[in-house]
Ligand binder design. Structure first.
Ligand SMILES: *[C@@H]1O[C@H](CO)[C@@H](O)[C@H](O)[C@H]1NC(C)=O
Length: 230
């Protein structure tokens, strides 16, 4: 009953805006645009800062995430910033998203693009939708109901896809200074090169073990770093 009331309130708040098109942003901290998606898409909580219209029907957790964003954005539009930030910190995804570190590339054409999740695939994209990670053995993406882990594909090429999953199948990630590596004792040995290939407006990211490069517009020998030694 309380939930359905929330949905009605959220729908009323969202009705001010047009429905968001496929793949558009539909919520997240700081978002003040529409929070509903066109038919066939639902608003999925990619991370606390970025909700996106993705194909399908909302699961109960996804619809909770998108409805909770509506009061948040409404509040930030109608009240002072201080009120908005206290609203933000009261929501569970927001507080967990602020924990963790960002991971970014530092060379052209991906200079200061940030690691994040798109369709469970690791991509480098804008800071506004950056993931926040906990690194140590696994690389855990914070901000959702439960962390998602950065896993390495088992392709036979020397580039391996990087995906996010609810269980960690690789626990050999580490840091060397501010640089992301697979550790010497891991099954890949010490690696610190990645391949980034343009997909839409972001770059799909692969672990690079040799000189193979996927078809398309790719940059290899990319390294990934924390923004600071922090
Ligand atoms: C995610 O899926 C959409 C729709 O299929 C696609 O346009 C986008 O390129 C995908 N992202 C990646 C990184 O594959």
């Amino acid at each position: 009953m309380f939930n359905s009331l929330l949905v009605v309130v959220a729908a009323a708040a969202a009705a001010v805006y047009a429905q968001q098109p496929a793949w558009a942003q539909c919520g997240g901290i700081g978002w003040s645009g529409g929070t509903t998606c066109v038919s066939g898409y639902y608003c999925s909580n990619i991370n606390a800062y970025y909700f996106q219209c993705v194909p399908g029907v909302a699961s109960s957790s996804a619809s909770t995430a998108s409805t909770s964003s509506a009061p948040q954005t409404t509040t930030s539009k109608t009240t002072a910033t201080t009120t908005a930030s206290s609203t933000t910190s009261a929501s569970a995804p927001a507080s967990s998203a602020t924990s963790g570190v960002q991971i970014r590339a530092v060379q052209d054409p991906i200079f200061h693009l940030y690691l994040q999740n798109q369709n469970d695939t690791a991509v480098l994209g804008p800071e506004a939708s950056s993931g926040y990670f906990t690194i140590g053995g696994t690389i855990a993406l914070n901000g959702g109901a439960a962390p998602l882990y950065l896993n390495i594909g088992s392709e036979t090429t020397s580039y391996r896809s990087l995906t996010f999953g609810s269980t960690a199948s690789f626990s050999g990630w580490g840091l060397e200074g501010d640089t992301i590596i697979t550790t010497q004792s891991s099954k890949y040995g010490r690696q610190l090169n990645f391949v980034a290939c343009k997909v839409g407006s972001v770059f799909q990211t692969y672990l690079q073990l040799g000189s193979d490069v996927p078809a398309g517009s790719c940059t290899n020998y990319v390294s990934l770093h924390l923004p600071c030694l922090c």
